[in-house]
Design a protein around this ligand. Structure first.
Ligand code: F3S
Length: 679
């Protein structure tokens, strides 16, 4: 078996510096006792070792009256420095330089008038320390939702916890950019953790077994183990010391890897490596003996001495037999393991072959290490999966990574789902972006969801599909907002009508066509022009990425009828029209679609009128005379009274033209009423 150690593993720079400073303090003449404020690292073996060298751990500086006090790499707030000085303690500062940078930035930016925002875990000692350096003025956000809920502020400064996820930090940056005029970003994320994670993932792709060495109380070590599993390594073992290693883990392995978190000392990694090498030697020796005894090479047979089987442990196995209602697994023990159908999967399959096949490598939980009457060890796959699943779900919650959930049924208030073999609940309000009346069609479908609530003690898992859809929607919207250019014509579909306009979907995001931009002519309600579902062409007027607003125009897709009207109409033209609106000062008359003129009150009739309604009503067909055309202001002045006079004069002229030159009837006799009217 080849043993490969990850390219980056073990102590990071900051932790190494803190440990060295502590060891130096106990080996030179620093005032005694030497204390660290909190355990110097998350590794019980290292802490015990330091204890054996005389290093004590305290959680309360006020309880210390003498000696040396060491600040660990997480750092502390300024009050601790003051108290240490007051007590005349020798203070050795092992604050990691990355953390120090974040602390000083918090102080400086607060003094400069910024509202400092720290992206990190609220209760982490490093974050609490940074916050104290801002005079406790900084606010902490753990995710984008918390960032979005911050009050709008003109000047924000964003600082990261050194071990914070770079991806979430970028997302928070994007959210805050939309909430302030000026955002100062101080990138204080340290690459050490990510380097170890990437190296572990790379290693996971090369080996069959990985041993992750580190404290079981260290979140970083747990995350490293999970990263190896996510990278596809089926056998990942987390150990604190080499004593926990079991030879059986490596029985089938040609290559095995070792990795360790940033708080694992080199000597633990070295011990793990040496122990694994010893297993190699033992195995080679056993194979040699077996060959010598039988004269032939006998296939690798595991003995009970090699595998120490214990009830309640999770071990790897290989499926060697699949029946309809049971599965047999080679676990390297004298008897095969047996999994009943109920212990195989969730929901319980009808036939084991539906969910598993021979040759498959799986993790199983030993339900009973004693063999049954048939010589089988009782195993459970589903329970092993569930233990791993809870770990994966916890990580998913922490990292905000989506998980696949299969919808298994509709229940009161939402959906039942299966995730990693566990039963989960999706509230109806979280099942889609908008309210869904009938959830039944979701049954049988598989969705990406985000775990939003976990409680292992109550076996409660709450998922949100809406969160994933909202994220996708956000991405799509950003892409659309970046792509759309004012002045371009695009296709869309009318999705909703409001009093003030129509909403048009332009490929995943709604833009608004204001009622004044729906048509060149006067429009009272959007429904006069469009209906929901209409496919339309619209012109992009304005894109506001910060407010996520798109202004569109439907009318501008067509040529402004005014451009033709100014060439077409001249003063003194008599034209037919339709009264479209009555106003206090007159009536608007449409001459053609999109072109209106105003008949002032004084031009409505020969007689004096107090309101336009006395003469006309909306929708009435009338004849008007153009008095003037104001091209610049797009205004046409009209007269109905002059149109009437022109008409009558024309009729008079026509009459004259048809009369013989001599006659007894005078003109005065014939048209006396006209002259009376003009008086
Ligand atoms: Fe410092 Fe990075 Fe280690 S912040 S303590 S070097 S993980």
């Amino acid at each position: 078996m080849e043993i490969i150690t990850a390219a980056y593993s073990g102590f990071c720079y900051g932790v190494k510096r803190a440990v060295n400073l502590t060891l130096e303090a106990v080996s030179n003449d620093s005032p005694r006792p030497v204390r660290t404020l909190g355990p110097i690292i998350h590794n019980p073996q290292m802490v015990s070792y330091l204890e054996s060298k005389g290093v004590r751990v305290t959680d309360d500086v006020t309880a210390v009256t003498e000696g040396t006090l060491i600040i660990r790499s997480h750092g502390v707030g300024p009050e601790i420095y003051r108290q240490a000085e007051e007590r005349r303690l020798l203070l050795l500062d092992a604050t990691c330089p990355h953390v120090k940078k974040a602390q000083l930035a918090a102080k400086k930016l607060t003094v400069e008038g910024y509202q400092v925002v720290i992206a990190g875990e609220r209760d982490h000692p490093e974050v609490r320390g940074i916050q104290e350096w801002s005079g406790n003025c900084a606010v902490v956000v753990e995710n984008t939702e918390e960032a979005a809920a911050l009050p709008v502020n003109s000047r924000l400064a964003l600082i990261a916890q050194t071990t914070f996820s770079a991806t979430i930090f970028q997302e928070i940056t994007a959210v805050l950019r939309r909430q302030c005029e000026e955002l100062h970003v101080e990138s204080t994320i340290c690459t050490a953790t990510d380097q170890r994670r990437k190296a572990a993932i790379e290693l996971a792709g090369q080996v069959e077994v990985i041993v992750v060495a580190g404290g079981k109380n260290s979140a970083n070590t747990a995350r490293l183990a999970q990263a190896c599993r996510d990278a596809g390594c089926r056998q990942v073992y987390l150990v604190e010391t080499a004593a926990e290693l079991q030879p059986a883990w490596f029985n089938e392995a040609k290559k095995a890897g070792i990795t360790a978190g940033a708080s694992t000392p080199d000597w633990i990694i070295e011990e793990v490596k040496q122990t694994m090498e010893k297993f190699n030697e033992t195995e080679a020796e056993e194979e040699k003996n077996t060959q010598n005894e039988s004269g032939d090479f006998i296939a690798h047979i595991k003995t009970e001495a090699i595998v120490r089987l214990e009830t309640g442990t999770i071990i790897p196995g290989k499926v060697v037999g699949v029946r309809k209602d049971e599965v047999f697994v080679d676990i390297g023990y004298k008897g095969e393991g047996r999994i009943s159908l109920a212990e195989l999967d969730y929901p319980v399959p009808e036939n084991a072959a539906d969910v598993i096949s021979e040759g498959q490598l799986i993790n199983v939980l030993v339900l009973d290490a004693d063999t049954d009457v048939n010589g089988h060890v009782t195993l459970s796959k589903i329970q092993a999966d569930r233990i791993v699943a809870w770990e994966e779900l916890e990580k998913a919650v922490q990292d905000k990574t989506p998980v696949e959930a299969k919808i298994t049924g509709v229940i009161k208030g939402g959906l039942n789902a299966a995730v990693f073999g566990l039963r989960a609940f999706i509230p109806a309000s979280q099942s889609a972006l908008r309210f869904v009346e009938d959830l039944q069609p979701f049954v049988g479908q598989t969705f990406l969801t985000l775990p939003i609530e976990l409680d292992q003690s109550k076996q409660r898992i709450v998922l949100s599909r809406k969160a994933i859809l909202a994220e996708e929607q956000e991405k799509k919207e950003q892409e659309i907002l970046a792509r759309l250019q004012p002045g371009t014509i695009i296709a869309g579909t009318v999705t909703r009508l409001a009093d003030f306009g129509a909403f048009v979907d332009v490929g995943g995001m709604d833009g608004l066509v204001h009622i004044s931009d729906l048509a060149w002519q006067r429009v009272k309600t959007p429904a006069e022009v469009v209906t929901v579902g209409d496919a339309v062409q619209v012109v992009v007027l304005k894109v506001d990425p910060a407010a996520k607003r798109i202004s569109l125009s439907l009318k501008q897709v067509e040529r402004d009828p005014w451009l033709d009207a100014v060439d077409e109409y001249n003063a003194n033209d008599l034209l037919p029209g339709t009264v479209t609106k009555i106003a206090k000062f007159g009536a608007f008359v449409e001459l053609k679609k999109g072109v209106e003129g105003l008949v002032h009150l004084s031009e409505l009739s020969d007689r004096r009128v107090a309101s336009a309604e006395e003469v006309v009503s909306e929708g009435q067909k009338v004849t008007v005379k153009i008095l003037s055309v104001d091209k610049q202001n797009k205004k046409i002045s009209l007269s109905m009274s002059q149109a009437q006079q022109d008409k009558e004069r024309a009729e008079f002229q026509q009459f004259l033209d048809t009369q013989p030159q001599s006659g007894t009837l005078t003109l005065g006799d014939q048209f006396a009423h006209l002259f009376k009217k003009q008086d």
